[in-house]
Design a protein around this ligand. Structure first.
Ligand code: GLU
Length: 448
């Protein structure tokens, strides 16, 4: 039986996981043909099965004294090249299939970063929206009481993802330290005063923009004077816009789960400051941007529509920075039709398989998330390095290293795609380069 049929039969409901595996399996076919030792060691069958999955009850008490129960998870996918590393997501859509897809993607992404990190992902179906700071704190503490048994600076090092930022990392770090009586780099995305790294908040967004600049460079172009479509309005979208503005591109869109903003004049530094205040301090909705800046148009989400109008504007570049499967086939076709010539994914797997096919069949440069958004986890890796050395690098030092890493990832994808006869196919390049590094390490380490 083919591997995809095996995993579908085993866990039929894990659609996003099947999607992530299917793409990788397709890319690595020629690698398996050239290297029979991967087949004889059953590497693919082993790589799609998590080394360990932890599921646990997370009970917590709200401000009214009512008891709630959420489900907590940590998927420890692969530790062949380093301790498990990957974020924690708190969102009502979280389930085992979503976390397995994210952990699987993380394995290949982390392998591309050049740093020694395995892959994992975790989180909870807890919805932080509308919760008070004390409720968030109690939830994080309860989550860490269980998770602390399974992680450690040389075992598994979680970080943030959707719904988990420096505030949540702080509450979890505090509880870990109390339980273990140990101040260690067990989490990344920490605040500066207690072991965090400069540039970590910016890293995913900056990295996605650096990656797009590298892709454009191949065709002799730059970001200067371009226009960009960005989705999302969280950490990744904010710092994508910040770097775009710095490099001379004009971000014209951003969004949240209720709708999106189109600002033809572009988001400038002052407007971005307003978005950061709105989203990070007041926890408001993007709709308010159009009330403050009347030149901007707000369009609410219409569930009856089978495409996202955010992707249907004329522009040069697109940066999906919201969530998985936010660009479907129709959206991808609209992007191509509207003259977009580079797509760099800040989110994880934001494009559906038919959307990816449309990108690959067009002349557009397409940087898949596991390469383009690897800047975040890369600076997490640099945070671990600084923690181990018990020192902290300057902003310039970390940014410099981030730029070198993004350039190296880009070159690795480009060269690998070329080597396998699919020039400029960054999907093949990323999947093959990531796979080979992990697979060779698994061969070296025997059947474990
Ligand atoms: N959640 C981020 C990602 O998708 C960061 C993970 C980390 O820093 O460990 O890569």
């Amino acid at each position: 039986m083919e591997i995809l049929e095996i995993i579908k039969a085993r866990d039929p409901q894990e659609r996003e996981f099947h999607q992530a595996v299917s793409e990788v399996v397709e890319s690595i076919k020629p690698v398996l043909d050239r290297n029979p030792e991967y087949r004889s060691a059953n590497i693919v069958e082993r790589i799609v099965e998590p080394e360990r999955v932890i599921m646990f009850r997370v009970p917590w008490v709200d401000d009214q004294g009512k008891v709630h129960v959420n489900r907590g998870y940590r998927v420890e996918m692969n530790s062949a090249i380093g301790p498990y590393k990957g974020g924690l997501r708190f969102h009502p859509s979280v389930n085992l299939g979503i976390l397995k897809f994210l952990a699987f993607e993380q394995v290949f992404k982390n392998a591309l970063t050049t740093l020694p990190m395995g892959g994992g992902k975790g989180g909870s179906d807890f919805d932080p929206k509308g919760k008070t700071p004390m409720e968030i704190q109690r939830f994080c503490q309860s989550f860490m009481i269980e998770l602390s048994r399974h992680i450690g600076p040389n075992t598994d090092v979680p970080a943030g993802d959707i719904g988990v930022g420096a505030r949540e990392i702080g509450y979890m770090f505090g509880m870990y330290k109390k339980l273990r009586n140990e101040f260690t780099g067990v989490l990344t995305g920490k605040r500066l005063n207690w072991g965090g790294s400069l540039i970590r908040p910016e890293a995913t967004g900056y990295g996605a923009v650096y990656f797009s600049a590298e892709m454009l460079n191949v065709t002799g172009k730059t970001l200067e004077g371009t226009t960009s479509l960005v989705s999302g309005s969280g950490n990744v979208a904010q710092f994508t816009m910040e770097k775009l503005i710095e490099l001379g591109s004009k971000p014209m869109t951003f969004s949240d789960s209720s709708g999106y903003i189109y600002d033809e004049r572009g988001v400038d530094r002052d407007k971005l400051e307003f978005i950061m205040q709105l989203k990070n301090v007041r926890f408001g909705r993007v709709k308010e941007y159009a009330e403050k800046y009347p030149e901007a148009v707000y369009t609410p989400v219409d569930p009856a529509r089978d495409y996202n109008p955010l992707w249907d504007h004329k522009a040069d570049c697109a940066f999906p920075c919201a969530t998985q499967n936010e660009i479907n086939g129709k959206d991808a076709a609209n992007l191509v039709k509207n003259g977009v010539h580079v797509v760099s994914e800040g989110a994880n797997m934001p494009t559906t398989p038919d959307g990816v096919d449309i990108f690959l069949d067009s002349h557009l440069l397409y940087g898949p998330g596991k390469a383009a958004n690897a800047g975040g986890v890369s600076v997490s890796g640099l945070e671990m390095t600084q923690n181990s050395m018990r020192m902290a690098w300057t902003r310039e030092e970390v940014d410099q290293r981030l730029q070198i890493i993004m350039r190296t990832i880009h070159k690795m994808c480009l060269d690998t795609a070329e080597q396998y006869g699919t020039p400029l196919n960054y999907v093949n390049g990323a999947n093959i380069a990531g796979f080979v590094k992990v697979a060779d390490s698994m061969l070296d380490q025997g059947i474990v």
